[in-house]
Ligand binder design. Structure first.
Ligand SMILES: Nc1nc2c(ncn2[C@@H]2O[C@H](COP(=O)(O)OP(=O)(O)OP(=O)(O)O)[C@@H](O)[C@H]2O)c(=O)[nH]1
Ligand SMILES: [Mg+2]
Ligand SMILES: [Zn+2]
Length: 305
């Protein structure tokens, strides 16, 4: 066990888990560990980003304890995230603002910041995506792995943070990481021409230390698969859209859901063009998805961070 860990960066933490093994970064190097048997009984699943203590069991290194988490995400499975980079391509695959908004809402709900990185601006105009997010109050950047556009800004945002790239399969997450960290040679995949979708090339979350921070490559998901990880209780959903904040106290009724109530300041701001239509549409869709769900019906791990 590492007893001399003095600060956050020296605490052993999980770089990646694969097939029941965990690769744990320690001050002395990377150790291959199994999880302590008790975890399975307690249904605790260690994930990349978890800060851990280690011990020896039967001559092997095991993860003994998971230190308290700042947050934990189901998709991508990662803990202690400071900054989530939403990666979206202008086309191939086409972006879905609903999916991006669900991801950003979950991040906000769990106390992680978000930034939007737009790829494939060489194939289609990024303006519609930029326009959809300009009023959302999150940093938006066009990046290009081939020309290097935007990469310095991304490096600057990684510094001091635990970050992850997240987005549909095929948007170019691994391509971006390879451009940021030449020599990494992450496998990248083509796009299925028939379906216009990615090929799920990356299979595991893996963290890398770089630029004074940590950045994870994660497996992309298919467009249709957005459920599960996205439950945010209806009363809390409004806070997961940080740009609504200035208006919330101005609605006529306390407990306003900002849907069809009279005197709603959020809808007034929307009509005045101060909020983004697509962001509000995502809020409304997410609200309608959860409005009839009681807290006790939420899957374990959903709800509060
Ligand atoms: N034209 C163009 N192609 C790109 C760009 N970025 C990535 N690609 C291509 O998009 C394809 C998918 O890239 P990947 O990096 O494998 O995508 P990914 O997001 O890691 O996908 P998964 O690992 O499946 O989640 C590859 O053929 C890349 O060369 C870009 O900015 N422009
Ligand atoms: Mg990938
Ligand atoms: Zn309201």
């Amino acid at each position: 066990m590492n007893r001399i860990a003095q600060d956050k960066t020296e605490t052993p933490y999980i770089l990646k888990g694969i097939g029941g093994f965990y690769y744990v970064k320690t001050p002395g190097g990377v150790l291959e560990c199994k999880a302590r048997g008790l975890f399975r009984k307690q249904r605790i699943v260690p994930v990349a980003g978890d800060r851990v203590t280690l011990a020896q069991e039967g001559g092997a290194d095991v993860i003994w304890e998971i230190l308290p988490r700042k947050n934990v995400f189901v998709r991508p499975p990662i803990a202690n995230l400071d900054l989530l980079f939403l990666v979206a391509s202008t086309t191939q695959p086409s972006p879905s603002t609903l999916i991006l908004d669900k991801l950003s809402a979950v991040a906000a709900h769990k106390g992680a910041r978000c930034a939007l990185l737009i790829t494939k601006a060489d194939l289609a105009d990024p303006a519609p995506l930029l326009a959809a997010y300009e009023k959302a109050g999150l940093p938006c950047l066009v990046v290009n792995a081939a020309t290097g556009q935007g990469l310095d800004a991304v490096r600057g945002m990684i510094a001091g943070n635990l970050c992850a790239f997240c987005g549909n399969s095929g948007v170019g997450k691994s391509t971006l990481l390879n451009a940021l960290l030449p020599g990494l040679a992450r496998e990248t995949g083509g796009i299925s021409q028939k379906l216009g979708r990615g090929r799920h090339t990356t299979r595991e979350v893996e963290l890398f230390e770089a630029f004074g921070g940590r950045i994870a490559d994660t497996p992309g998901f298919a467009s249709l698969d957005t459920g599960r990880a996205c439950y945010i209780p209806k009363e809390e959903l409004q806070y997961a859209f940080p740009e609504f904040a200035p208006y919330l106290s101005k609605c006529r009724f306390t407990g306003c859901a900002h849907r069809s109530e009279a005197g709603c300041a959020v809808r007034a701001a929307l009509e005045a063009g101060e909020l983004s239509q697509s962001r509000y549409a995502s809020y409304a869709a997410m609200y309608d998805e959860v409005k009839d769900i009681q807290d006790w019906q939420l899957p374990a791990g959903a709800g509060r961070p």
